[in-house]
Design a protein around this ligand. Structure first.
Ligand code: MN
Length: 287
């Protein structure tokens, strides 16, 4: 199932190039009072709600896909987790380019560990990227992203894929410079997730997906998730050895080689096998 959020918090099932509005299924979610849970309530109940969503989708009129209003498929993630230099060829390009490493040591991911991005940075494809620091080099990073479906603590890699709710295309937009990653990668709109969530049953092997990003039609990044140093299962094992993952937590798996700067007016086109394609516009901040 391909699940999207669009418009004013509506929920849709993507069916080919069309959309069926299943917002009514949200009415079956439990109601919460303050303090609200620190995980995404829809993702936590995805399996329970799925029959209702499928039933409503069958009766719901088919609408054109509203690219301009696609929101992040996860509304309230507790964590956005990033994997630094998780492709060998990207590690090599970073080591060769002072604009990318800024004199910092660039250890392999097993030594560097993972980082967190602010959850307030998260947007969907239709919301676009607004450059916050126009005087600073800001790069595109295309990444396979996955969403945790149930609480996961100290999970062995053999069991790890059972904890994945689904997959999305991720963009980990990054200001280059000497500051901590958590700062440079956290401005509003610098985490793009979309165009929808493809549930894990549709992607039995996340380690064999072609991914490609073009800027204004020119291909800049092209790779395959088979080149990930730590794959999806290893990332679940590694992160969950340090902290509990909760439903709706998003893990950005790292970018392949070919990162480069983006400018206002650019359109990014990102594709990943079995997920789809999303177009994302880059804007200047309005004065
Ligand atoms: Mn990244």
């Amino acid at each position: 199932m391909r699940l999207c959020r669009f418009g004013e918090g509506r929920l849709g099932v993507v069916d080919g190039g069309r959309l069926r509005d299943v917002t009514a299924a949200l009415g079956s979610l439990p109601s919460y009072r303050h303090p609200l849970p620190a995980f995404d309530v829809l993702i936590a109940h995805l399996e329970v709600l799925r029959p209702a969503m499928e039933a409503i989708a069958r009766e719901s009129p088919s609408l054109p896909l509203p690219r301009a209003t696609l929101l992040s498929p996860v509304a309230n993630p507790g964590k956005l987790i990033g994997a630094p230099v998780n492709y060998q060829q990207h590690l090599e390009e970073v080591l060769e380019n002072p604009d990318l490493h800024h004199g910092n040591q660039v250890p392999v991911i097993q030594r560097a560990g993972l980082f967190l991005k602010a959850t307030s940075s998260l947007v969907g494809a239709g919301e676009g990227i607004t450059l916050r620091k126009p005087d600073r080099r800001t790069d595109h990073e295309l990444e396979l992203a996955f969403v945790i479906g149930k609480p996961a603590s100290r999970i062995a890699r053999a069991d790890a894929l059972d904890y994945v709710a689904g997959y999305c295309i991720g963009l980990d937009i990054s200001i280059r410079g000497p500051e901590e990653r958590s700062l440079r990668k956290s401005p509003d709109t610098y985490s793009v997730l979309g165009p929808w969530l493809v549930t894990a049953d549709e992607i039995p092997d996340p380690g064999a997906l072609e991914l490609r990003l073009a800027v204004n039609g020119q291909v800049r990044q092209q790779s395959n998730t088979s080149d990930l140093i730590l794959g999806v299962a290893e990332l679940v094992e590694y992160t969950s050895s340090f902290y509990t993952l909760y439903p709706g937590d998003v893990i950005f798996t790292g970018t392949p080689a070919g990162v480069g700067p983006i400018q206002p007016g650019d359109t990014l086109t990102a594709c990943i096998d079995r997920i789809g394609t999303m177009q994302v516009d880059v804007r200047a901040e309005s004065p």
